[in-house]
Design a binder for this molecule. Structure first.
Ligand code: AMP
Ligand code: ZN
Ligand code: FE
Ligand code: FE
Length: 283
């Protein structure tokens, strides 16, 4: 059974509408899919309405956090998005995304790239705006050859020439907010070294576990084999679930829905900690 608990749609920086993500997941043989857009639940309803028989949806989100000045991603599942404290935090994070995009365009123009806010907004559409949309704009104006250069130190990488920091949540607080809204929290790709040049150590994972973390994403396309083994051992020691997920962004990552999977037992472990249930085809 293929259970993919991390995927993006055009509600944030994926390239396909939520209904298309669901259709592509079904076509890839996925039986349980979590839609986890960055800092938004805007895709949930469209995805739910588009569910074919045989595919269940776990409503989720990838929450932007920051630890020691480094960006950290926390997956939240089956929480109540209307819960007041969580919802206020999301408003704050989304406002920071919008402000950061504006500031980034100013910085990029100072660096000689002829990008505009309109161009960047065009790539984001109705979705939450992020660095991938800035990267698209840099490519469109010919300032960079490809995404890898756009995300290098010369441009948008954390600490890079055009990188602008933005507000993001404290991870311990974020775990508590997701739990307080009835959901389960899973630490996303803690050892994805390649893209970011840093990773989060066991101490932080232990701290998050003490705060109520429910699981660790061990099987992720950006995780090397030995790191996956280490994360599994850590999860076992801390009594946490282990997940495997594609982190698909459509054309931005190369469509790869279902390329990693979570076991049914681990999914059950997560669901049991929430007050919600998976969504299935309406009939
Ligand atoms: P943001 O949350 O707006 O700062 O953008 C972060 C997002 O950019 C991540 O979730 C990835 O989807 C994408 N990203 C980060 N680093 C890279 C990279 N090196 N190459 C391509 N995409 C990246
Ligand atoms: Zn993303
Ligand atoms: Fe992420
Ligand atoms: Fe992601």
């Amino acid at each position: 059974m293929t259970i993919d608990l991390h995927a993006h749609s055009a509600a944030s920086d994926g390239t396909h509408a939520p209904a298309e993500v669901v259709a592509r997941a079904a076509a890839a043989g996925v039986e349980v899919l979590a839609l986890t857009d960055h800092d938004t639940v805007a895709g949930w309803d469209e995805a739910s309405a588009a569910l074919p028989p045989g595919l269940s949806l776990v409503p989720g989100m990838e929450l932007s956090c920051q630890h020691d000045g480094r960006s950290l991603h926390l997956l939240g599942y089956l929480f109540d998005p209307a819960e007041a404290e969580l919802s206020a935090e999301l408003d704050r994070i989304r406002a920071a995304r919008a402000d950061r995009a504006e500031a980034s365009v100013v910085r990029l123009r100072q660096l000689g790239a002829d990008v505009t806010m309109d161009l960047v907004r065009g790539f984001a559409g109705d979705g939450e705006i992020g660095r991938p949309h800035l990267a698209d704009a840099l490519i469109a104006v010919g300032a960079v050859a490809d995404r890898a250069v756009a995300f290098s130190d010369r441009w948008l990488a954390q600490g890079g020439r055009a990188h602008v920091t933005r507000y993001a949540a404290d991870p311990v607080r974020a775990v508590r907010l997701i739990n307080g809204a009835g959901g389960a929290a899973v630490l996303a790709h803690p050892r994805a070294l390649g893209r970011r040049g840093y990773s989060f150590d066991d101490d932080l994972i232990e701290e998050l576990a003490a705060a109520g973390l429910a699981g660790i994403e061990a099987d992720h396309p950006d995780h090397a084999g030995p790191d996956r083994v280490r994360l599994r051992a850590l999860a076992a020691a801390l009594g946490l679930a282990v997940t495997g997920s594609s982190d698909d962004h459509g054309d931005r990552t190369g469509n790869r829905l279902g390329c990693e999977s979570t076991t049914e037992a681990d999914l059950r472990k997560l669901l049991d900690q929430t007050g919600g249930s998976m969504r299935t085809a309406e009939r």
